[in-house]
Design a binder for this molecule. Structure first.
Ligand code: ZN
Ligand code: ZN
Length: 188
């Protein structure tokens, strides 16, 4: 069993057509492929009244409640919701780097989502943030070159970013972390 997976989508990500209709909170809870499991659907899909049901359903099955926040325009609103942690899309722009301070003031874990595909400049990211190694995207970039210089500067989390049941694994990300000599930081 995996140690941790905090980046998982379900059918609550209604705008994301990669999500399989079978990818429900109940199914993720049943599979329980990791010791620590959190659901992190797209925050913008939850702001029109769906958050309450989302949180309730996830808490009922004993999983952690996260949201994936798409950059600075959503940060103010995101801090109003009772989540356990944030997954954050940090594009290479000042407004996104600045908004990280606001998320960190909540005292909740802030995970920088797949920074290698957004070309996030990790030199601009506060070291309190956690950096994700994302199984969906790690292989698409020169990950050794990208993550290598920062392995002593951050704590890292390994995620599936699963949108479908068969994505509930971290094989590629685990392999990358091992080769980078990264010991995963366990958030909970
Ligand atoms: Zn994402
Ligand atoms: Zn995601």
């Amino acid at each position: 069993m995996l140690q941790q997976d905090l980046h998982i989508h379900t059918t609550y990500s209604t705008s994301d057509n990669s999500v399989a209709p079978e990818q429900t909170v109940a199914l993720v809870a049943d599979v329980k492929h990791a010791i620590i499991v959190g659901i992190s659907d797209h925050f913008e899909c939850l702001v029109n009244g769906d958050f309450e049901g989302y949180e309730k359903e996830i808490r009922q099955v004993g999983l952690k409640v996260g949201v994936e926040v798409d950059g600075h325009p959503w940060v103010d609103e995101a801090t109003n919701y009772d989540v356990d942690y944030y997954i954050f899309h940090c594009r290479d722009q000042n407004a996104d780097y600045r908004s990280l301070d606001k998320l960190l003031t909540t005292g909740k874990p802030v995970i920088i989502a797949h920074p290698n595909v957004f070309h996030t400049n990790l030199n601009q990211v506060p070291s309190e943030c956690l950096v994700e190694i994302n199984n969906r995207y790690i292989w698409r970039t020169e990950w050794k070159q990208y993550y290598g210089p920062f392995t002593n500067q951050f704590k890292f989390v390994i995620s599936s970013d699963a949108h479908q049941p068969n994505w509930l694994a971290q094989a590629v990300a685990q392999c990358a972390a091992t080769q980078l000599n990264i010991e995963e930081h366990l958030v909970f």
